[in-house]
Design a protein around this ligand. Structure first.
Ligand code: GTP
Ligand code: MG
Length: 149
């Protein structure tokens, strides 16, 4: 089972899209193992996006992610990382397919409402970065036998 770190970015919170975004992952059949509203400090945003440090948009990206509270989530499921990326859609919302979160709910790369881990390794890394151990919760979903044969 794979874990992925999903985050509603500050624009998603401000635009009232938290419920809509959580709902899409819930309905897909992933299992929620962590959830919190959180004001991200600059240092954490920089660590999270450290691979993009050399990009010209990096300072803007850090300002964006720290501009208001985010909703941090850990989701688990078979193939959850790639599947979540598909549900989220392309980085540029204008190129994201209709039916995806960004395709349906956003118009600009710099305000693309949601983050999703890009590999199982980064899923683990990001969940460890954004959550303390006691904040995560393992539980048995009663719907499990109705999701997989
Ligand atoms: P995340 O799920 O947030 O990691 O997005 P991604 O994996 O689709 O894209 P990537 O990791 O390459 O970039 C991370 C984030 O940086 C994007 O989601 C955007 O919010 C932002 N970003 C990427 N490219 C640009 C850009 O050219 N301009 C601006 N302003 N922001 C960008
Ligand atoms: Mg990324």
């Amino acid at each position: 089972v794979e874990e992925t770190y999903i985050m509603v970015k500050p624009d998603g919170v401000q635009r009232g899209l938290v419920g809509e975004i959580i709902s899409r992952f819930e309905k897909k059949g992933f299992r929620l193992t962590g959830l919190k509203l959180f004001q991200c400090p600059k240092e954490l945003a920089e660590e999270h996006y450290k691979d993009l440090k050399t990009k010209s948009f990096f300072p803007k990206l850090i300002n964006y992610i720290t501009s208001g509270p985010v909703v941090c989530m850990a989701w688990e499921g078979v193939g959850a990382v790639a599947s979540a990326r598909k549900l989220i859609g392309s980085t540029n919302p204008l190129q994201a397919e209709p039916g995806t979160i960004r395709g349906d709910l956003a118009v600009q790369t710099g305000r693309n409402v949601v983050h999703g881990s890009d590999s199982p390794e980064n899923g683990k890394r990001e969940i460890a970065l954004w959550f303390k151990e006691g904040e995560l919760c393992q539980w048995t979903a009663v719907q499990a036998p109705w999701l997989r044969e």
